[in-house]
Ligand binder design. Sequence first.
Ligand code: ADP
Length: 396
Amino acid sequence: MWTLVLNCGSSSVKFALLNLDDDRVGLTGLAERLGSAGASARLDMEGERRTADLRGGSYAEAFAVLAGALDELGVRTQVGAVGHRVVHGGERFHAPVRLTDEVLGEIRACVPLAPLHNPANIAGIEAAQAAFPDAAHVAVFDTAFHQTMPEVAYRYPVPGDWYRQHGVRRYGFHGTSHAYVAARAAQDLGRPLAELNLVTAHLGNGCSVCAVQGGRSVDTSMGLTPLEGLVMGTRSGDVDPGLHDYIARQAGLSLSEVTSALNKESGLLGLSGLSNDMRELEEAAGRGHAGARLALDVFVYRLAKQMAGMAVALGRVDALVFTGGIGENSAAVRGAVLARLGVLGAAVDDEANRAAVRGQAGRISAPGALAALVVNTDEERMIAEQTRALLAGVSA
Ligand code: ADP
């Protein structure tokens, strides 16, 4: 059976077609700039790249192109399941769930918690259900893995009614990736996941760390929204909550303008004044660009502090795990973080660290030091696996 994995954003859809029975990837692709005149799709299949204009720029059109590609591959009727990435499942969803009208309604009820993401996820699900009516559609939530966090980790010290009436608590995101790399790290360490205490760091454009105890999330750095925690490409991560009022008055900004600047103009971009892209910043810092150097230093310092903080949630740390575009590729960031985490017993093996790039993951810690690993994340595969497991359980 083939499983189609869809990740619908507000202006893009990422797709992957996977066959878990024999470990085959049928195609991968991306439709971009949806909703605008320049919308287009690219599909990588059978060793070549195809592109298509999507003149109307809708999800429906993107899925029509995808369906055409599935016909060409001769697998359209064998797509038994569609796994959808859904960003926010609130407190309602602790695990993947088969999509019904009732479930869609509950995802809709989570829109106020993720006003940018959930509406796009819902629109994508509806269009995909119309395009692939015979497949079982499953929602896999970014927040679900973190629903095991204890109350001490998920409550904010704010008025209790904010939590009870408005759901103000920490939810956490990137759950699919943290769960996947924790399981992979256990395999790489040759130990049962159930026995391990891991700190996983997902470092992409968005960044978060997670304390994983016996395969369950017990704390994470993102909170009510994906803005809390680490320095990210354009997101600030933690700031003083008093900052909003102060800068609104001083700079004459509205609350939504402040929020937008914290999401889109801050982080590595805000600190460097140059770029949100780690690769570009490493190059610029190498040439002596002071802003790029500062951005790297703050990124690493705050990341190391958060990772060390996760040791409190775990009590004992067995390994540190790096993943995501930065975690898998930046030896400089990993090396600098491990140097700051000597307090946990971390020490880097420089040669192994330099050698670890995407596709060449492995152990990067010095012999005798706290284990540190690079693991390649694969959210599409994890969504496909969870989708299959749910459907197997349902039909069993
Ligand atoms: P997303 O979160 O959008 O999936 P990725 O996981 O691909 O993004 O991560 C993107 C980040 O990874 C960017 O900051 C990019 O610069 C960084 N990155 C990718 N390759 C390298 C590299 N070789 N060295 C340093 N950073 C890299």
